[in-house]
Design a protein around this ligand. Structure first.
Ligand code: C2E
Ligand code: MG
Ligand code: MG
Ligand code: MG
Length: 270
């Protein structure tokens, strides 16, 4: 009767909680192991000047190797839960920076960095071997950060040395215009949700136009992310967005492959 149903429900809940707990600890073990074994590789996506079709930089993106495939942000979330996210980011960045030796001198290397990594104070030493002008730091903020002044303070000495800063995923809802104003970034990376269908959706077109004005006013360079079609590409150029990246212009790939892509403009543009 009732007791039996009650016990069943409670029993299921206990089992569910136990399973979740077990899965979480499995993932924590996996991310620890990945850090220990350096079980990740790095891919690079070209960033282009949309008017000249010349490459301006490469964004480094990490790929964790243990299967099944899971996107980098899931790994970083697990690493955060395990208390090792900054250590993991440091190791990833170290690896990604190797590309500088192979890349053309006039291209910058764009590196993703969490606020936690910036606030850790470990970036100065990590980036010291690089020419500062060749580094663009993309600040991602999937976790809401309250203290933007602290973040700006931590970035100040790096920027003084010549390292440039981009706010990543602008328009995705993580960073408000207030945040962007306070950080006064050198680059603003438009989230791909704004790029998507910019050619067919008037509201999105208006938002991108507003961002173009905002960027101009704050003297930041705009980079559109996630350009997938000729229509999106052409509309972004028409609206005055200067730089961009996306599958239409080159997918993230092993460095040797990306170097081949940047030697000649992508076929899509021919
Ligand atoms: P993000 O920095 O905004 O990176 C852009 C994401 O969009 C990448 O996903 C990239 O593969 C993907 N992408 C590029 N072009 C296109 C396109 O045309 N269409 C679509 N649909 N997607 C496109 P990915 O590599 O899965 O990375 C996701 C996020 O994980 C990154 O977002 C970044 O926040 C974080 N991340 C990736 N690598 C690193 C890293 O080495 N360090 C840190 N701290 N974070 C990283
Ligand atoms: Mg990025
Ligand atoms: Mg982004
Ligand atoms: Mg993104």
């Amino acid at each position: 009767g009732f007791i039996r149903i009650f016990a069943d429900v409670i029993g299921h809940q206990v089992a569910d909680n136990a399973r979740e707990e077990w899965e979480r600890s499995e993932r924590t073990d996996q991310v620890r192991q990945a850090l220990e074994d350096r079980a990740f590789s790095c891919v690079y996506q070209p960033i282009w000047d949309l008017r000249t079709f010349k490459p301006v930089g490469l964004e480094a993106l990490v790929r964790f190797l243990p299967s099944p495939y899971r996107p980098p942000n899931e790994w970083f979330a697990d690493a955060e839960a395990a208390g090792i996210s900054v250590d993991l980011e440091v190791e990833v960045l170290r690896r990604e920076m190797n590309a500088l030796e192979v890349m053309p001198q006039d291209l910058y290397l764009s590196l993703n960095a969490s606020p936690a990594l910036v606030l850790s104070g470990r970036l100065a030493e990590l980036l010291a071997p690089a020419q500062p002008e060749r580094i663009l730091l993309e600040i991602t903020e999937h976790a809401i950060i309250d203290n933007y002044d602290e973040l700006a303070d931590a970035l100040a000495p790096l920027r003084k040395s010549g390292i440039r800063v981009a706010i990543d995923d602008a328009g995705a809802g993580y960073s408000t215009l207030q945040h962007i104003l306070r950080l006064a970034p050198d680059r603003i990376k438009l989230d791909m949700s704004l790029t998507r269908s910019v050619d067919t959706d008037p509201a999105r077109r208006a938002l991108v136009s507003a961002m173009v004005l905002f960027a101009r006013e704050t003297q930041a360079i705009l980079i559109a992310e996630g350009i997938e079609t000729r229509g999106e590409f052409e509309t972004l150029v028409e609206l005055g967005v200067g730089k961009g990246q996306g599958y239409f212009l080159g997918r993230p790939d092993r460095l040797v492959r990306t170097m081949q892509v940047i030697k000649s403009p992508p076929g899509a543009l021919a």
